[in-house]
Design a protein around this ligand. Structure first.
Ligand code: NI
Length: 399
């Protein structure tokens, strides 16, 4: 095992991380269109000289650093780099210069943290064992997502572990949230079409009322989470659209229902889908109608590897033990969707949350809001988390 003093190097990288984040914040780009962002990132990596830079897809970047002291584990670290179609309203001196596009989820921070991680590790190269892969991923915000494309391009070949994180503007600064098992939900959408037979409102016996059948289906869909699933499992079935009919005196022959499903495991997700199919089919049959369910899979749930997460939890507590601002906590999962799961489905992974609330007294502005902002000090916490975790997992010892 090699012993390293990295604290100083981490501190020296701080200012540069802020500069990177502010530059990226000014020039946000939408999902699958991150051309200039990818160019900027690869320029910064190329300046480090000992990092091999490539483009696995059109707008993603991969950096590879080989420790000089010998072989060890290979670890991949991922940052998403895309922005959102939102008009920024922050008045920050480094606010977006691209009209209608904004880094309103903190991905500018994620990219800067990973550039910083690459810089710190590249300066330590002579003392390192193992290999480090830096994945700057395009298109997290828009399904099917960029992670899947990068995996298909082979970025995880030979990788032992994958790490990811998210800065959270609504989580107090200083919190590091580490979750064992499921950490984000499967996020799927569905459409149901009901076909009946139209007729005069005064003669319901001659019609097959798609609207009334649709109401029964909606009502029964609520039973999935309350009566089909185990009360110990988590899932959501939300009907958010229901359209049928457009006259006062006509029984409609068509109804359209739409909505969203969330589940913390793939098993629960499949159970929900199967139950939806049964409800649609059988309620329709009971009324001589036809119902068709179209179920569209979104991102898979992220499931943090238990052993890896336990190790990271212990190592992170150790790494931050002298920093009174930091609380390492085991937190419950969220029901949001994240395509980091495309990586962690392939190799053991761990995805954590870093508190980045700007205002200590609450009033946190949520993600995807025109006034979204993060505490820049949280970038330093995240950088230290990545460096200390990467060193531990590759078999290096941190001093
Ligand atoms: Ni995000």
């Amino acid at each position: 095992m090699s012993k390293i003093t990295s604290t100083k190097i981490i501190e020296n990288t701080y200012k540069q991380i802020i500069n990177w984040r502010r530059y990226l914040h000014q020039y946000p780009e939408l999902s699958f269109k991150e051309h200039k962002t990818a160019q900027y990132i690869s320029d910064q990596l190329n300046e480090l000289e000992n990092i091999e830079v490539s483009h696995p897809t059109k707008t993603s970047v991969m950096g590879r650093l080989q420790g000089k002291k010998g072989s060890g584990k290979t670890i991949a670290i991922r940052a998403d780099i895309d922005a959102l179609p939102i008009k920024e309203a922050t008045n920050l001196p480094f606010a977006s210069k691209v009209d209608g596009v904004m880094h309103a989820c903190g991905h500018d921070g994620h990219a800067a943290i990973l550039l910083g991680t690459a810089k710190v590790l590249s300066e330590l190269q002579d003392t390192l064992i193992g290999e480090f892969i830096f994945l700057f991923q395009h298109a997290e915000e828009v399904p099917p997502g960029g992670a899947k494309e990068m995996v298909e391009a082979g970025v995880l070949d030979g990788v032992d572990y994958v790490l990811g994180l998210h800065l959270w503007s609504t989580v107090p600064f200083g919190e590091i949230q580490i979750t064992k098992g499921s950490v984000s939900a499967a996020s799927d959408i569905f459409d149901i079409t009901i076909e009946g037979k139209s007729g005069h409102a005064s003669q319901p016996d001659s019609a097959i009322d798609a609207l009334a059948i649709g109401s029964q289906i909606i009502s029964n869909l609520q039973h999935i989470t309350s009566r089909v699933m185990s009360p110990l499992d988590s899932g959501v079935v939300s009907v958010t659209r229901f359209h049928s009919g457009d006259a006062y005196n006509v029984i409609p022959d068509r109804a359209h229902i739409g909505g969203s499903v969330r589940a913390l495991t793939n098993d629960v997700r499949e159970q929900i889908k199967e139950s939806m199919e049964q409800i649609c089919t059988h309620i329709a049959i009971a009324h001589n109608a036809k119902a068709t369910l179209t179920y569209n899979y979104g991102y898979d749930p992220i499931v943090n590897n238990e052993d890896l997460t336990e190790r990271i939890l212990e190592n992170t507590k150790k790494a931050f033990k002298d920093d009174e601002r930091i609380k390492v906590i085991q937190s419950p999962p969220m029901l949001g969707g994240e395509d980091f799961s495309a990586f962690s489905n392939v190799v053991p992974g761990c995805y954590v949350g870093i508190g980045a609330m700007k205002n200590e007294n609450g009033t946190a502005i949520p993600h995807h809001h025109p006034q979204f902002d993060i505490s820049e000090d949280s970038l330093f916490i995240a950088l230290k988390y990545y460096v200390t975790t990467a060193l531990d997992l590759t078999g290096n010892t941190l001093l």
